[in-house]
Design a protein around this ligand. Structure first.
Ligand code: CTP
Ligand code: MG
Length: 415
């Protein structure tokens, strides 16, 4: 069963070591603040309404500028007030998530803008088998313990040392209870609390891109990871891929591609259904169902990939039961056919072609809606848009066209 994941991003610190009137989490790398980089990194891992930012109300205007429209577009939870210490801020974020009742929570410092999806994936995967998991970096310098006067007391063997990073992941109830128990005792990370309780916490590989910005010169060092990044390494097999190849009776799988195309004309109205969400507009799309042109194209792409005909064969427009129907059921049906064949959806990509409404601000919500309908991760769903340079029927704003592609993996069973 998929676990419900929430995220706490603590951003209530004042950045005293950074030493600037603008707190470090509101400084920019590229065109985004550190805080925004963090929020966007997690948006692919948890559904809307599961990201909890913790802030200092003295920074309200910085927060609004940093996250602004994400609050409505991705359903960020309203930020909650942090405390004097990091630990107080974390507990404030965890308490605010009680009503969301997640299975797992990731706790992340806004001062680490370079969080890699791979690191998040590793932490979440480790949580399948333990109550806590954190990313860590091996220590390469020789470590000396010194007294207050700078005299070396001893050299600490570094082989077993790891520098702890965030996001630190935990079973929600376990870490909430630990924070409540140790409230008031300051520890510099969350895993320390479970260590005190004797609960096993696993350390997985972190990354230097994810280093923390503490002092001013850290900003350029961490920022350097964002510029001219080398091409992403070859993707490791997704955990689902590995599970499949381990299934008895299965030797391997083959990949199928399908494409879909659809057009609906505008009619008088006030919103268009597009990729599963209602987008305000001065017209609606006309059709027998809810005319969600994006979902129709995508349904056809999936049906195409498994050689299952087209949407009209499965849901004839002449059949009155589909009048005004929500198109998510068409897409669910296509996904169900894939599942019946023991297959899985690898990724889907939808392009909406129109001059208006503007699609860009809605793509994240659309991706999430499609991912929810298909029951796949949002990082397997893309939605984009283009105009047709005012040419043709889309250019004249007579309607919207959509095209889609889908990649499907089907098992090849051994005989
Ligand atoms: N943090 C927080 N509430 C606090 C203190 C820290 O939410 N009372 C957050 C910071 O915003 C940061 C993370 O915890 O994202 C890690 O803390 P740190 O790097 O120490 O940041 P600051 O406390 O802001 O910096 P400093 O210790 O130099 O003042
Ligand atoms: Mg601090």
């Amino acid at each position: 069963m998929n676990k419900k994941i929430s995220v706490v991003i603590v951003a209530a610190g004042s950045g005293s070591r950074f030493g600037d009137p603008l707190p470090k989490q509101y400084h920019q790398i590229g065109d985004k603040t550190l805080l925004r980089h963090c929020v966007e990194a997690f948006m692919c891992f948890c559904p809307p309404g599961q990201i909890q930012v913790v802030y200092n109300p003295d920074h309200q205007s910085y927060l609004d500028a940093a996250l602004g429209e994400l609050v409505c577009l991705h359903g960020l939870r309203p930020a909650v007030t942090g405390g004097q210490t990091r630990q107080q801020s974390v507990i404030s974020g965890l308490r605010a998530l009680k009503d969301a009742a997640p299975d797992h929570v990731l706790i992340h410092d806004a001062a680490r803008p370079g969080i890699d999806p791979e690191v998040i994936t590793r932490v979440l995967a480790a949580l399948d088998n333990c109550d806590g998991a954190i990313p860590g970096i091996t220590v390469t310098d020789t470590i000396k313990q010194c007294d207050g006067a700078g005299h070396i007391i001893r050299t600490i063997p570094r082989e077993t040392l790891m520098a702890a990073q965030t996001p630190q992941g935990f079973r929600f109830q376990t870490i909430l209870a630990a924070h409540e128990k140790f409230a008031g005792q300051e520890m510099t990370d969350d895993a320390s609390l479970l260590e005190q309780l004797g609960v096993a916490v696993k350390c997985v590989a972190g990354s230097h891109r994810n280093d923390k910005v503490t002092r001013r010169d850290d900003l350029s060092r961490v920022g350097a990871h964002f510029i001219d990044e080398p091409a992403a390494p070859q993707a490791r097999p997704h955990p689902e891929d590995q599970e499949l190849s381990n299934m008895p009776g299965m030797t391997s799988e083959e990949f199928r591609n399908g494409t879909g195309f659809d057009v609906h004309r505008f009619a008088p109205g006030d919103a268009c259904m597009l990729c599963g969400i209602s987008v305000p507009h001065h017209a609606r799309l006309e059709g027998h169902s809810d005319a969600d042109v994006g979902l129709h194209a995508l349904t056809d792409a999936i049906l195409g990939a498994i050689a299952a005909g087209d949407i009209g064969q499965h849901f004839p427009p002449s059949d009155p039961q589909w009048k005004g129907a929500a198109s998510d059921q068409f897409l669910k049906h296509a996904a169900g056919l894939v599942k019946k064949r023991g297959g899985r959806i690898v990724n889907v990509d939808v392009t909406l072609i129109c001059e208006r409404p503007k699609i860009g601000p809605h793509t994240m919500a659309m991706r999430q809606a499609v991912a929810d309908i298909l029951a796949i991760d949002i990082d397997r769903v893309n939605v984009k848009a283009t105009t047709s340079e005012r040419l043709g029927f889309t250019g004249r704003e007579e309607g919207i066209a959509a095209q889609a592609s889908a990649s499907i993996a089907l098992p090849i069973r051994s005989s």
